[in-house]
Ligand binder design. Sequence first.
Ligand SMILES: [Zn+2]
Length: 217
Amino acid sequence: MAHTHIRHSQDAAEPFSRSRVDAVLRTLPSHGWQAGWIGRRDRALLVLSQIAGLTYHQIAELKAGDVAISAGVATIRVPGGSATLQQSEDDLICAPCALARWLHALELTVIYPDNCVVASVIGRAMPLTANSPHLCQGNSEISESTAQMSLMPTIDQWGVPVVTSVLAGPARPRETPNRLPVQRVGVILPDAAAVDFRAGGLAGIAEELLAAGSAAS
Ligand SMILES: [Zn+2]
């Protein structure tokens, strides 16, 4: 056989019950810097791994443009097929909304390459509640630059994704001395080792979240 897919034990999504996952989703922060940013990332990660049932390897390979949200349904394109998520009435546990909010957060990093602005927008965001408006009801339009981003990008020391599309995009602002000293490293396409590395990292984050959730319940 020419190609053998090696399945790592960490790669498979753990079969936690939906009620356990929902309990953890309700505890994740939605505003404040950096809590709201990390909380959005964690919410999307749990939705993808525990509700959509994707492997961490699949998640690590996703681009933002692989997720489409419309009329309360999220469709995630994976090699050889797609996963579909339906909305929940409670916005805290609505899977398509979790993905829509994360796409919106990623879009902010493309619109505002200055991390201070992203921090300010997320920091002042309205806290998410069960009755928050469903972002999943509209069409979640993202720019082409965002679509090309990794959905779960490498996070730098400021908690901001390391992206290249900012450098290539048309809206690159002039350099200002007040920008955070973040080195945005160019990453072309993640090779297999990089994807494995990120998949392992994502698995660790998700397991930590779910373990904390079970300790609390
Ligand atoms: Zn929703």
